[in-house]
Design a protein. Structure first.
Length: 161
């Protein structure tokens, strides 16, 4: 739901360029990040758990680093929605968006040898995450992340050999 809201707000709605929220699009754009953060945490920890340790230290570090970064982004976005003002806690948004990307990249790297997911998925996952979530700069990019998560879900629910 968050990715659809992000795509709609980024493509069709008016948003403010200042810190104060003046339009409904400001609220939708910011609030869309809340379910994205929660889904990202669930996906990172869920995929890591499905590996049963086969993703090694890289997978563990990636899952926890990404989850902690997304938890911070969740708190920052929630504070922004509640105060109707974009909360800028120094460079934290950029830093934690980068750490969430790094967490996804580390988990994907650790997952490479576990062979739970096809390697092409592991190669595009971090890139699609950063382009389609908190660093999305063009409205429809979140739709690519939605398509990836649908493919990921279909792959993970398929019986394993």
């Amino acid at each position: 739901m968050g990715l659809v809201g992000l795509g709609v707000a980024g493509t069709l709605l008016t948003t403010s360029s200042g810190a104060h929220f003046d339009h409904g699009g400001d609220y939708l754009l910011t609030a869309s990040g809340l379910p994205i953060a929660v889904a990202g945490i669930g996906t990172l920890l869920g995929v890591h758990r499905l590996h049963h340790g086969a993703d090694g230290r890289l997978g563990s570090i990636g899952a926890w680093l990404g989850s902690l970064a997304l938890a911070e982004l969740f708190v920052q976005l929630l504070a922004s929605v509640l105060t109707s003002t974009e909360q800028q806690w120094g460079p934290s948004y950029i830093v934690f968006t980068g750490l969430a990307f790094l967490g996804h990249a580390l988990l994907a790297s650790g997952s490479w040898r576990a062979r739970l997911l096809p390697r092409w998925m592991l190669g595009v996952w971090p890139l699609l995450w950063v382009l389609g979530s908190f660093a999305a700069v063009w409205g429809p990019l979140p739709l690519l992340l939605i398509a990836f998560y649908v493919a990921l879900g279909a792959r993970l629910t398929r019986p394993q050999r």
